[in-house]
Design a protein around this ligand. Structure first.
Ligand SMILES: *Cc1c(COP(=O)(O)O)cnc(C)c1O
Length: 393
């Protein structure tokens, strides 16, 4: 059997391994509760970490900007789609991250692929943590640079591979998630910076889950008081998570940003983000900086969840971030637990291969500043029941 004749069989095979994915249809805005199939469910799976995706102040800024700018950007940034709205956002993001410049991309996925490809080509070297986000892996592969995996958060392994590759004097780029999106743990940034200096390699840090959530004013894992632009030359942040809007940015020095404008195909050959999204993000940025209570409240919820989980004997990964996975191993079991939680009024997605390594299927619980302490207690209570007996007779 050749060609596409087996396309249906392959789908059946996914289903038989509990790896088939279905989309839920959500009826209404993001928040602590979501309406799914007419039912109100407590939402523990969004990346809206600060609870800003439906914030009325940001929605109002967005609506006003649509009146002023219309909807579509009409063209790419290099043609005639680059507006003063994008420009103002870039300047604000550069100031926020403590970098000379920032460049807005339409998504985090395309920023990651675009940056790696703009910086590397055949014969160069890219070093990636095994658990990096798919967009970072795809970027590395597409670049045709020599691809080096290093063991998760393992500086010795990274150091050895850097030393082995440094003889040919080519470019070396160390690429990592800041907060690992399926595990919730942090990359060893200080050690990576030291290795980068030693081997004249650049660090590219994707702080998709950290920006807005960590550090003073929500500046993320790369606090500019600690890490200079030379320490971490390439910083990527996304705007669809803690910022509650859409898009992404890269921050760095002038030469980096100009290189991306000249060479990043995912920047050059794509329609610019709508200007109104840029304006909404500017409003969001003001809120992210000053509403420290959101980060404090979230940190309290994370502590409460971890203490509660420990009381019911539910093992968690070593994470102090809003991402709190419960690894169950088997994909079928993860799906069964997720379904049982849903029947109990709790929305938590089962994450399965290929999003995570084989036999590490998990429930990816995420907490946000929109939750209350009572929500956390309900979650713990339901988890206690469901983990004991995911498929009651
Ligand atoms: C979500 C995510 C992205 C992709 O960002 P989008 O703007 O949603 O495309 C990139 N990197 C990491 C680590 C992410 O978690």
């Amino acid at each position: 059997m050749g060609g596409f004749a087996d396309i249906g069989e392959r789908l059946d095979a996914l289903a038989s391994q509990s790896l088939y994915r279905r989309r839920r249809i959500v009826e209404g805005p993001q928040g602590r509760e979501l309406i799914v199939d007419g039912r109100r469910l407590l939402n523990f799976c969004s990346n809206d970490y600060l609870g800003l995706a439906a914030d009325p102040r940001i929605a109002e800024a967005f609506a006003a900007a649509v009146q002023q700018w219309g909807v579509g950007a009409g063209a790419s940034h290099l043609v005639c789609g680059h507006t003063s709205a994008h420009h103002d956002l870039e300047e604000a993001l550069a100031e926020f991250t403590g970098r000379p410049r920032a460049l807005v991309f339409s998504t985090g996925y395309s920023a990651n692929v675009g940056v790696i490809n703009a910086l590397l080509s055949a014969g160069d070297h890219v070093f990636e943590d095994r658990l990096n986000h798919a967009s970072l892996l795809d970027g590395g592969w597409i670049s045709r640079a020599d691809f080096h995996w290093y063991r998760h958060r393992d500086l010795d392994d990274l150091g050895r591979q850097l030393a082995d590759s440094s003889a040919d004097d080519r470019r070396m780029l160390i690429v990592s998630d800041g907060t690992f999106s399926m595990d919730g743990d942090l990359c060893p940034l200080r050690g990576m910076v030291t290795l980068g200096r030693q081997h004249r390699a650049w660090i590219m840090l994707d702080d998709a889950h950290g920006i807005g959530v960590h550090g003073p004013q929500g500046r993320g894992l790369v606090d500019p008081e600690i890490f200079s632009t030379q320490d971490v030359p390439v910083l990527v942040g996304t705007l669809g998570k803690a910022f509650g809007t859409f898009g992404a940015f890269v921050a760095g020095d002038d030469a980096l940003i100009e290189t991306l404008i000249q060479r990043a195909r995912n920047y050059i050959f794509t329609t610019a983000l709508p200007s109104a999204v840029a304006i909404a993000t500017l409003r969001s940025l003001q809120i992210v900086k000053v509403e420290e209570w959101r980060r404090e409240h979230l940190a309290g919820l994370i502590r409460r969840f971890r203490a509660g989980a420990s009381e019911i004997g539910c093992e968690l990964l070593p994470s102090n971030t809003p991402i709190q996975p419960v690894v169950v191993g088997d994909a079928g079991l993860a799906v069964a637990i997720s379904a049982a939680l849903e029947r109990a009024g709790i929305l938590v997605t089962a994450i399965r291969p290929p999003s995570v390594p084989r036999d590490t299927a998990r429930l990816r619980i995420t907490l946000t500043a929109a939750h209350t302490e009572a929500d956390i207690d309900v979650l713990i209570d339901r988890l206690d029941v469901v983990l004991r007996d995911p498929e009651p007779a």
